[in-house]
Design a protein around this ligand. Sequence first.
Ligand code: SF4
Ligand code: SF4
Length: 381
Amino acid sequence: MLKSINDVEKEILEILQYCVNCKFCTTVCPLYEEWLRESAFGKIFSIYYILKYDIPLEDTLRNIIWYCTTCGKCEYLCKDAGGGIKVVDIVENARRILLHKYHFKPIERHTEVLNDVLNYYNPYHVENVKRWDWLPFSLPSKGEYLYFVGCTAAFRMQNVAKATVEVLNRLNVNLAKFTREKCCGSVILRTGFIEEAIKIMEENYKNINSSGSKYLITSCAGCYRTLKKDYPKIVGDLDVEVLHSSELLEKLLNEGKLKLNTTALKGLKITYHDPCHLGRHAEVYDAPRSILSSIPGIEFVEMPNSRENSNCCGAGGGFRSGFTSKSLELALKRIYEAKETGADILVTCCPFCELNLKQVAKERNIDLKIMDLMELILQIV
Ligand code: SF4
Ligand code: SF4
């Protein structure tokens, strides 16, 4: 289960000795502009010295260690070219250590988000009983496929949640709503509040395991990564198979239950943005692409930075709440990348990416449709 802070601290110091200082991780970081400290190298270098020599430069260090979207692009590069340093794990664990052992004051917005997750069971300050208010029709609470809607789809991007249940309903999937759902804990885990996340994770764990379902379906890349990778490490193995909605669509396509034989989208050029927590974190690259490539009449185009090399939308790791304007700058860069392909539609598979990308597209009046894979599929099933 959860390792103690002292053990994690020792582990980090040991692992960081394998950093060969090649600095290959510097320029790939979406936040790197001028200073080494903005990049992965600057972060792990700072973490090493804070932990080893107990350096108390609070504000400056906070803006180094929390100035990271946890996108993992540095880690991907380090795996092939450097010392195989798990930068994201180190950053998240360093945040935990700095908050709990060195008593760093958290970023104010992160404290507010933490309090909302603990008190409202979602980061949006909304009563959790409203989590399923968006449902266009009733769903049972028992079924083979249990829908873990996630806070962003439930409270901010209901278009994604509605499209998901509509599509799965049309495909006769035995879908149930997870009535006792609480925030999966992702946002507070990523910002260093691991101890604080355990209670809600345990409650979800217990309720998922007693649901009798075989599959747990997520719309959100962050929920997916958390339920798939963090739950087994922190609270235990789930008795269900966690599937992202794109993986479920691919399964249905392979079983012949999803038939894409209409030409309703004919002539459209579509590109795809890999959410970091679905792509690099969980290696789900092919499922969305196999669906998009199966749509008759469309032209699917990749952005130059795609799959493992994809660029971040800027929303993850507590970055949107902690550094909002910079987060939107990253989203804008990603939108320009999509526009350069000549695409009419930018598809993604995460409501949180969609939220960030759409916000900046709207603010800048950019002519590009941005939608979830499920919203696109809804038009042709
Ligand atoms: S790429 Fe890896 S080994 Fe090279 S400096 Fe970055 S973290 Fe260290
Ligand atoms: S995880 Fe992403 S944002 Fe963080 S240091 Fe690595 S490349 Fe930069």
